[in-house]
Design a binder for this molecule. Structure first.
Ligand SMILES: Cc1cc2nc3c(=O)[nH]c(=O)nc-3n(C[C@H](O)[C@H](O)[C@H](O)COP(=O)(O)O)c2cc1C
Length: 240
């Protein structure tokens, strides 16, 4: 199985928590025999969709804009068996960089309307389309923060969406705190397990999902740690 991950975080690989969780997931997928690569969208220029429908009418299957989406990324997406769309949660949804990327995949659809169950959708243009895993991380310590993102992903990808990996309190995963270190290890092991299960079973078991979404510490502990961190950073920066 060929897995291509698109990470839309603006942060570098050492700082990005999307990257931390994504690479664990890909480790698990590789353990099960998948060949995985990561594309960092911050390194590419992807323009906004023009809404011109040229990809449906004038140049069917191809966007008329010339940028990295038409030059490289669209083909990389189509070559994959499984695509992981990885984004930090921004205002309860995917960030703008990932949304722009997804909007530019309109040439994958045909313009026609078709009934799909109780919804209407466009038929796919290509015979083989990759399955999708949505992956996201957020700062606040509740799983509920991903509600809108999850609905959005399910509406966009329908049955192509094989798994959703959403990790709250993500900024605290790498911190050296006696209560958090063992919990973070369990969470990251479960994320790798999820990667393995997607390749071997085509889905993630409810036990693995439960393990990867478990709390790192009681909510009050996370809130206090966050506030201490920001107070210290503000004090340090005012002294500089
Ligand atoms: C503009 C912006 C909006 C954010 N919105 C949310 C949010 O709605 N809920 C939340 O829990 N965290 C939010 N966060 C925090 C990020 O999701 C969190 O810091 C995440 O770990 C960043 O991932 P990254 O390190 O891969 O960039 C936001 C951060 C930024 C910069």
């Amino acid at each position: 199985m060929r897995v291509v991950a698109f990470n839309s975080s603006p942060r570098d690989q050492q700082t990005s928590k999307t990257e931390l969780v994504l690479q664990k997931f890909l480790d698990g997928a590789a353990r099960a025999g998948a060949v995985a690569e990561t594309i960092y969208l911050r390194n590419y220029r992807v323009r906004n969709c023009l809404g011109c429908f040229a990809c449906w009418l004038k140049t069917p299957g191809r966007c008329i804009q010339q940028d990295d989406m038409t030059g490289e990324l669209f083909d990389r997406l189509l070559e994959a068996d499984l695509v992981v769309l990885a984004t930090p949660l921004y205002y309860y949804n995917m960030n703008a960089r990932l949304k722009t990327f997804i909007e530019r995949t309109l040439p994958m659809s045909q313009p026609f309307f078709e009934k799909q169950g109780d919804r209407t959708d466009h038929p796919s243009r290509f015979g083989k389309v990759p399955q999708v895993v949505a992956l996201s991380v957020c700062g606040f310590p509740e799983q509920d923060n991903f509600k809108a993102l999850s609905l959005n992903m399910r509406m966009i990808f329908g049955s192509r969406l094989v798994a959703e990996i959403y990790r709250h309190s993500s900024e605290f995963l790498p911190i050296e705190h006696p209560q958090i270190v063992p919990q973070a290890a369990k969470v990251l092991a479960a994320v790798a397990q999820a990667g393995e299960e997607v390749v071997t079973e085509g889905k993630v078991s409810s036990a693995t999902l439960e393990a990867l979404t478990q709390d790192l510490a009681p909510r009050e502990v996370i809130i206090n740690l966050a506030n201490e961190h920001f107070k210290q950073e503000l004090a340090r920066l005012t002294q500089e």
